[in-house]
Design a protein around this ligand. Structure first.
Ligand code: ATP
Ligand code: FE
Length: 347
């Protein structure tokens, strides 16, 4: 099998060609950071227009780099949600155009399923496994029992950690995206200087909360600014270290709880925040303590990309799933809602 995957649900326009035995023949990602930089966040209208303008070229490049023509493909997979609706629609229209012209099968993919199935693409693991999806927009634990069998065990009840990292960085005057800047600062800092909360950590269940932590860190910053007229380098580093340690404790603490209640041979992570070395190390430790293998796909496959969509499309296709030209773009699409019914007339 050879599938083209198309992703345009947030601020990356991506396409990739992937084979049924898990070879990534090409993976092209055109980011939009510079387009949104002046606005302090992704602007949906700008994102949608950029996707519409770039999709053709990105798909063409992915095919060229893979050395494949449309006639070599066995199907086209596309993110059909959840995400910014203008971008998702642009991708779905692109995919429909390709299949209408060629008669290829069309498979609509849930973006989160793309992330959640990535460890099967990279490491060929079997089911079940537990997935921590932790990014700028998401934070949830999933139990994955099959290509379309996801159970959401718990997740953030407010902010996603990536967006909290970004906010903290912005208010400390550090460059975006905030995660890597905060991590770099934290390397020089003393995590114990500020007493930051660990909301919900000791509560039963698998839900998490990050907004109180963010607020507490910002309050510490304001107090320092009020007391000394600004922040010293030391203050920034200590705040970043304290914040990162708290996020790490929260994720690892809940991961330990999840693995205890829902044992699985593997804990896998995906999402940009999974790039953080302190967080990775903490998750690896709780996995090992629970007798589970810890898996973190390469960073380029942790963040948004077309390869994960192509792969998830292959997995759905193998289950007998296919959509038709009535495939709808969906802004919201919870992963544990069994896939088909709202996907239009697809089987
Ligand atoms: P989603 O894909 O969930 O809609 P997204 O596009 O924001 O959201 P990603 O591209 O997976 O998600 O991740 C980006 C986020 O990851 C940003 O918030 C960024 O700050 C964070 N991040 C990246 N590197 C690190 C790091 N080293 N430490 C902490 N956070 C990080
Ligand atoms: Fe994503």
């Amino acid at each position: 099998l050879v599938f083209l995957g198309i992703e345009s649900s947030c601020d990356d326009t991506a396409a990739a060609v992937v084979t049924g035995d898990g070879r990534i023949l090409s993976s092209v990602v055109a980011g939009q950071n510079s387009l949104h930089a002046d606005f302090g966040g992704v602007v949906p209208e700008i994102a949608a227009r950029a996707h519409a303008e770039r999709l053709d070229g990105v798909v063409e490049q992915a095919l060229a780099e893979a050395g494949k023509d449309l006639s070599d493909l066995d199907g086209v997979a596309v993110t059909a949600g959840p995400g910014l609706i203008g971008g998702v629609m642009a991708g779905v229209m692109m995919a429909k155009g390709l299949v209408a012209g060629t008669g290829l099968p069309l498979v609509g993919v849930n973006h989160l399923a793309g992330h959640a199935l990535t460890p099967r693409l990279t490491d060929g693991i079997g089911f079940p496994y537990v997935m921590l999806l932790v990014s700028g927009g998401h934070c949830q634990f999933l139990r994955v029992e099959g290509p379309e069998d996801f159970t959401r065990l718990g997740g953030t009840i407010d902010d996603a950690p990536g967006e909290a990292f970004d906010k903290l960085a912005r208010l400390l005057g550090l460059p975006q995206p905030g995660g890597p800047s905060v991590e770099a600062e934290a390397a020089e800092g003393d995590a114990s200087r500020f007493d930051l909360p660990r909301p919900l950590l000791d509560r039963p269940g698998f839900d998490m909360s990050f907004s109180g932590l963010k607020t507490a860190a910002l309050r510490q910053r304001d107090e320092l600014v009020a007391a000394q007229g600004g922040l010293y380098q030391r203050d920034r580093a200590d705040l970043c270290a304290g914040f990162q340690a708290a996020v790490s404790d929260l994720l690892a603490g809940k991961a330990a709880r999840v693995l205890k209640a829902s044992p699985a041979p593997v804990l896998a992570v995906a999402g940009g925040v999974a790039a953080n070395r302190t967080i990775r190390a903490a998750l690896e430790k709780v996995s090992n303590d629970a007798g589970a293998r810890f898996l973190a796909p390469p960073l380029a496959l942790c963040t948004d990309n077309g390869a994960m969509i192509a792969w998830a499309g292959i997995e759905r296709f193998r289950q007998g799933a296919a959509d038709d030209l009535s495939l709808a773009a969906r802004p919201r699409w919870p992963l544990d809602q069994r896939a088909a019914p709202m996907l239009g007339a697809g089987k």
